[in-house]
Design a protein around this ligand. Sequence first.
Ligand code: ADP
Length: 477
Amino acid sequence: MSKTVRVLSVVSECVPLLKTGGLADVAGALPRALSIKGVDMRVLMPAYRKQRWRLDGMKVLFHEGDLFGGPATVYGGVVGGIEFLLLDAAHLYDREGGPYSGPWGEWEDNPQRFAALSWVAARIAREGLSDGWRPQILHCHDWQAGFAPAYLKWGGPTDVKSVITIHNIAFQGWAKAELLQELRLPSHEFHVQSLEYYGGLSSLKAALVTADRITTVSPNYAIELMRPEYGMGLQGILAERADVVSGILNGVDTQVWSPEAEEHAYSFDNLRGKIENRATLCAAFDLEVPGPLAIVVSRMTDQKGIDLLPEVLPEFIEAGGGVAILGSGDPELENAMRALEVRYPDRVGVRVGYDEGLSHLMFSGGDAVLVPSRFEPCGLTQMYGLRYGTLPVVAQVGGLADSVITVNPASMIAGAATGFTFSPTTADAFAGALRRLVQLWHEPSHWAQVQRNAMRHPVGWEASADEYATLYAELVQ
Ligand code: ADP
């Protein structure tokens, strides 16, 4: 049995307490996946208004008299099998609205709100909690926890190590330079090699220059990030620190995402249930589709390439295909999807909104899942697609390229093909991939082979948990 490593995970959202995106899934999966690898992980997260009722019955473990304008208390307790540390600071988090924005847009004091989370993380790293627990590693996620490695490093010598994980580099935690003092940052670090970022501050950059290790959520994204088209301004600093940058692919919860747990259960050696789920799915969207039934479950944003659908779908529909679309976001994209539905009522079905139950039906009943992202740090829906034998058709970027093996003669002979990749992310290339999908559809034995390959492809946390455990072990050695 290896020695236990104590890790404080610092994050702004975590399943099962709060989720707005994939970050929360990863933060919630890690403590469980890592506990069997000898990692003792606690998760520090703000107690937003909707979480405050949980503080009753939790233990007071830390106190800060003045945390950017008011007192703060850290409460500890177990929720859903995870050891949470909830940071209660009413002046920062007890308000109506989401974790990052209220009715009028982003909270103006987001720099202070998340610097506060980071500040407390660094103090816990130095002083420990009142129950005697003190982490050996701070594992910080995204810009919200970005100042934590910086506070730790600039607060004096310490034996605690830090890791920053980039889940999406598009969000960089920018703040005005005038906040330097208020955010308790040393003015001598305000230069281009350190804190300064386009005349202001970036909490993510602060982490990239101070953390002992930098990880991101797929090996391919780790390489892409060093190029200007993906690094979004931070490519230089990442390239400079390339020796401590690595990519660890996310997994998915294979108990929650399991074809054997769906209404009409199925497995790779008996796909009958999938056919029944397909019929339920068609009925739910009022579709009649003679060829492959594709699905899209996605935020509707430019990143996700949803704008390419109106260009590529007519040909796919002409070839017998259909598509069920679930998502919300940019109103223009939502309207474009609705227009497709009006134009092809039997072949295109659209639900605007967020509906996890419906997404399960879609993955279990669909034939293919479309993920035409322009960039994709890891991506989860292609992994659900693999698990459900719903062949992923993905842009060859980020984690999509790391998780899907495209159909070609070599990959078919090797028994490795699991879906379709295309590059670059353009309508032409996407349409080409859909053509190849339709072609495979007309070769049922080959289609079935790719489905089986996909369903056998491991998408759980096992391998990634090993990699994180190894990273921690190296750091505390
Ligand atoms: P991102 O975090 O960039 O949105 P990911 O693919 O990493 O993309 O994760 C998105 C997660 O949110 C997946 O679990 C996906 O199934 C889910 N999701 C996205 N949109 C919807 C929706 N409208 N309804 C249900 N689930 C959704």
